[in-house]
Design a binder for this molecule. Sequence first.
Ligand SMILES: Nc1nc2c(c(=O)[nH]1)N[C@H]1C(S)=C(S)[C@@H](COP(=O)(O)OP(=O)(O)OC[C@H]3O[C@@H](n4cnc5c(=O)[nH]c(N)nc54)[C@H](O)[C@@H]3O)O[C@H]1N2
Ligand SMILES: Nc1nc2c(c(=O)[nH]1)N[C@H]1C(S)=C(S)[C@@H](COP(=O)(O)OP(=O)(O)OC[C@H]3O[C@@H](n4cnc5c(=O)[nH]c(N)nc54)[C@H](O)[C@@H]3O)O[C@H]1N2
Ligand code: SF4
Ligand SMILES: [Mo]
Length: 710
Amino acid sequence: MTNIHYSICDFCDSMCGIEIEHEAGAILSVRGDKQHGFSRGHICPKGIANQDLHNDPDRLRTPLRKKGNDWEEVSWEEALDEAGERLAGVQKKHGRDALGLFYGNPIGHNYGSLFALVPFVKGFQTKSVFSATSIDQLTRMLASLLIYGNHAILPIPDIERTDYFLILGANPVSSNGSIMTASDCKHRLLEMQKRGAKIVVIDPRRNETAQIADAHYYIRPGADAPLLLSMLNIIFSEGLSRTGELENKTTGLDRLKEIVKAFPPSRAARIARISEPDIRKLAREFASAKSAVCYGRRGICTQEFGTLAGWLTDALNIATGNLDRPGGAMFTTPAVDLVGLAKLLRQPGYFDRWKSRVSGLPEFNGEFPAAAFAEEILTPGPGQVKALITNAGNPARSIPNTRRVEQALSSLEFMVSIDIYINETTRFANLILPPTSPLENDHYPLLEYNMSVRNFTHYTPALFERPAGAKHNWEIMLDLLYSVEKHSGAAAFALGWIKRKALYGLSPLRQLNLLLKFGPHKLSIEKLLAAQHGIDLGPLEPRLDKILSTPDRKIHLVPEKLVPDLSRLEKRMLEWEQAPPAEFLLVSRRELRSNNTWLHNSLRLVKGSRICTLIMNKGDAERLGIAQGQPAAVSTRIGKILVPAEITDDIMPGVVSMNFGWGHDVDGVKLRVAREHPGVNVNEITDEKHFDAFSGISMLDGIPVKVTKP
Ligand SMILES: Nc1nc2c(c(=O)[nH]1)N[C@H]1C(S)=C(S)[C@@H](COP(=O)(O)OP(=O)(O)OC[C@H]3O[C@@H](n4cnc5c(=O)[nH]c(N)nc54)[C@H](O)[C@@H]3O)O[C@H]1N2
Ligand SMILES: Nc1nc2c(c(=O)[nH]1)N[C@H]1C(S)=C(S)[C@@H](COP(=O)(O)OP(=O)(O)OC[C@H]3O[C@@H](n4cnc5c(=O)[nH]c(N)nc54)[C@H](O)[C@@H]3O)O[C@H]1N2
Ligand code: SF4
Ligand SMILES: [Mo]
């Protein structure tokens, strides 16, 4: 008999409801859940690939130990014991910081792992912590910390009600939204237009979102801060600022007015390569719309002036009165309120309390930037990282300068990976500890519902019982910590025992239930289980008064700590104005059929047209004699790659764009399908020395490169 199970796809921030038809343990089909209150039946090709991942013979089911050039299966007891002994040994011999941690993006989509993350990271008592944050959204969180006093206060565009949606450096039609949970973005945007709202995209590429927008402007990569400063300049000088109710909640309005005087649109036009009349039009339209919201995502986060750009998107919203009001940038009232919790626990987020050992990069929330990852492993001296745990991360493909990262990984004394595959990173591990598959997990989109365009909540139980002995990701994290503590000595062991008892006693499900009960909507797992397709909790509501966390309870429109960074921008602007620009600037992009560095082992996703290409402008290609589909050589001081060219009019001359996360055809990778469709790894040529000097976030966009015909 066939059965239907409703679940949630946890591959990207959208968390779409899915309907799984199954029989006797076999999956017959995966479809979008038409009755789902949020995703309304939407599903993308990756969602369907949930079945491929579950059935994938390359997906690991038992712990593996490296044996020569091969792997052998080991029991959980043996694997955890060996890991604990070796990692504790390294910490005893070389100090606590000699153990490094790197955790990646899938942790953010798994509520059990999120609950286990703080004890896990803190438990090892090491400062050598790294994560995907510093190659992704760090600057957004940092801007929030500086402006609102808490890194978790994230403004979300109220796309259901806005009259004017200004998008910088994001492509929700392909990415399905990020720090903007909005499944089925494309149709949501089309609905917006139907009710008369205007969508404007500013992007060096006429990306899939720009293709359905009402207007699109090319921008020189990295020039968003000058553009936004000049828009503010126009808004103030033409008397278009309307702070309204925000006025007495805000400090720094006069200071901002002063600052932006130095950034007239004539200057921004030369730098951003958007004409002065167009900049004026943008500023006037934005300021005069009934409601408007400026939203920026990865393209403005991971660039040379990412923190400034993050701050200025908010400054634009605030200066025009578009913060915390319908149609503007708003804050969620989720069933599990992480901001409220952070406030209660007095955890505002932290920046620059200490610096990294080798390059002096600032800590953020107890983590060092990924830009420092390889050098902290490769540079001798006290505090050098000698052993590593990776947890749902693929730094060998996700961090700039792959060769250095791989050199670092291969130099470690010991490495453990919590991961489901033997891939580019885990091939360097001594032990791999694989968690259960998404279909053997229950789901609660904890982070995503804190960033949703509408208040919504949904919990789904696991479809399949986990196989005997299999462990969930959160259990592996705590077991590994426990084993290290056990081997570290009696005191740590005793403490570990107590913590472990408390944490297991209070499983993620129980923790979730408690947080739901005490949350703003007073829900429970029981109530959520009764709603198979989720519960709509209504549109976003003004709530900044409740969550604002600065000591003086004001919005800091001009964060003093960030002001000196404007001089760095000034300097670079002068260079851009005077020197001829680099011949080509490289930017990154998302593709609907790809998911970061993984899911490429699903044939359904990688067959058909190639998606790992170098998108380049037709005129540029003609000048260089590069033909459609033929390889182009792209090089930097780091190295050179050959990538098939995808030639189009839809990218700015002088800009090239690449999808990331490829390059699977290297020794030791055991991904049969991905090896046949390897693609090219862009981080082989990106430079770990290119980062936003204020925050330390890696530069993944606006990278100067040479492009030639090979
Ligand atoms: N050049 C360039 N570089 C980039 C980007 C870019 O646009 N351009 N994007 C950046 C961004 S935004 C991000 S988020 C990072 C991502 O950086 P990472 O987080 O390092 O990369 P992912 O591909 O998300 O990592 C997924 C890893 O988790 C494993 N995995 C999948 N599911 C599970 C699970 O349930 N449990 C465990 N334990 N493991 C699992 C996969 O096998 C894989 O090893 O990359 C960044 N790097
Ligand atoms: N299909 C799919 N969806 C995904 C993912 C995936 O791998 N595949 N990954 C998920 C993850 S981890 C993330 S972080 C999100 C990212 O989600 P988005 O940020 O929406 O997606 P990106 O394609 O990274 O968008 C970045 C855009 O910025 C532009 N850009 C680059 N440099 C600049 C610049 O200097 N200024 C401006 N204004 N624009 C610039 C690029 O051309 C690109 O169009 O997507 C998530 N969703
Ligand atoms: S959009 Fe994201 S959450 Fe929805 S089906 Fe695709 S990968 Fe899954
Ligand atoms: Mo990301």
